[in-house]
Design a protein around this ligand. Structure first.
Ligand SMILES: [Zn+2]
Length: 133
């Protein structure tokens, strides 16, 4: 029996509530995967679709464009290529996106980073958003 048929058989044994929950989980999982694939469909520098895998950086897959020779990774990587304080950066970005134009000093204090770091991160977020269209 094919594995998909086995899964369907098992699925039929579930209660309706469990079936709905499972379908929701699986849909979410497939959707997340599609986002990852979408991110590396073409080179962000020249839009070429001719690229191949080019090692890993910080545990994430990188790619080398065969046309313009630039390297790139997924969108989430390109926003912060050299940031070691990754969780603080994510927190910083959330505060920025929730509150909008609060002062850099108050954001730095809230996250526990220096003002120059806050300034640099803010520029990264803004420039990435512009390049995101
Ligand atoms: Zn390219």
């Amino acid at each position: 029996m094919a594995i998909t048929d086995q899964i369907k058989d098992l699925f039929d044994q579930l209660e309706v509530v469990q079936q709905y929950k499972l379908l929701k989980d699986l849909t979410e999982r497939v959707r997340n995967r599609n986002v990852e694939i979408e991110d590396v469909r073409y080179c962000p520098h020249c839009k070429s679709e001719r690229f191949h895998k080019h090692g890993k950086s910080l545990g994430k897959q990188r790619f080398l464009c065969m046309d313009c020779k630039h390297t790139f990774a997924t969108k989430t990587d390109s926003i912060n290529p050299n940031i070691r304080k990754k969780s603080q950066f994510e927190k910083f970005r959330r505060v920025w996106e929730d509150k909008g134009c609060v002062s850099i000093a108050s954001m730095a204090k809230k996250i526990g980073i220096s003002i120059p770091t806050a300034h640099r991160w803010l520029h990264m977020i803004i420039s990435n958003k512009k390049g995101d269209n």
